[in-house]
Design a protein around this ligand. Sequence first.
Ligand code: PGA
Length: 235
Amino acid sequence: MSRTAGSLIGKEIRKNPNLILGLATGSTPIGTYKELIRMHKEENLDFSKVISFNLDEYIGLEGIDQNSYRYFMDKELFNDINIKSENTNVPSGVADDMEKYCELYDTMIDEVGGIDLQVLGIGVNGHIAFNEPADSLSMGSFIVNLTNETISANSRFFDSIDEVPKRAISMGIGNIQKAKKIVLLANGKRKAEIIKKILEDETITTQIPASLLLLHQDVTLIVDEDAYSLVKSEA
Ligand code: PGA
């Protein structure tokens, strides 16, 4: 999964060195980032003109906090490739006025012409970024109250569940759908149910935010065997 994803991303960067790259956190893309680092070191994959935008950040965590997504990105990718740090955008979780900051983040994305390639993981509940299952979803970046399911899923990265922030800033479904190309990654048995549901039901519902990707013109789903294990062969 990671090699396939890394190679797809690498190809896009070689085609367009000024690629606007949307990035995700979580355990899923770590292997892909390792692959990109390998391609940078061994195959001269050049990130010097790439601009990145991350999907989300916990509210209340500074970038130096080990659980922040800024810290994660520096550690898992940025520190080991030649992307310029001023070209890496991870939403701030500590802006004075978070509502205003959401608008600013959207403007920053629009000003560079929008995202060319967006990397996504998927939550066990079908969330993408922190667009949680709900009756309605946000177009632009927004502040979200995380669901108990997400807090519990993410508690594995924290010392205790009480330390998991309850709110986050996240790109909205509109930001994601506007990306020219999307790569959705899923691995492990934990993701098998949700992958089956999306591929077999073919129903679009805000209760499964990732199902909205069925409307997008250019999505590549890259899964490992475990995540695909429940899908009937004809799906
Ligand atoms: P995971 O999270 O990669 O840690 O499984 C994915 C997500 O919640 O979007």
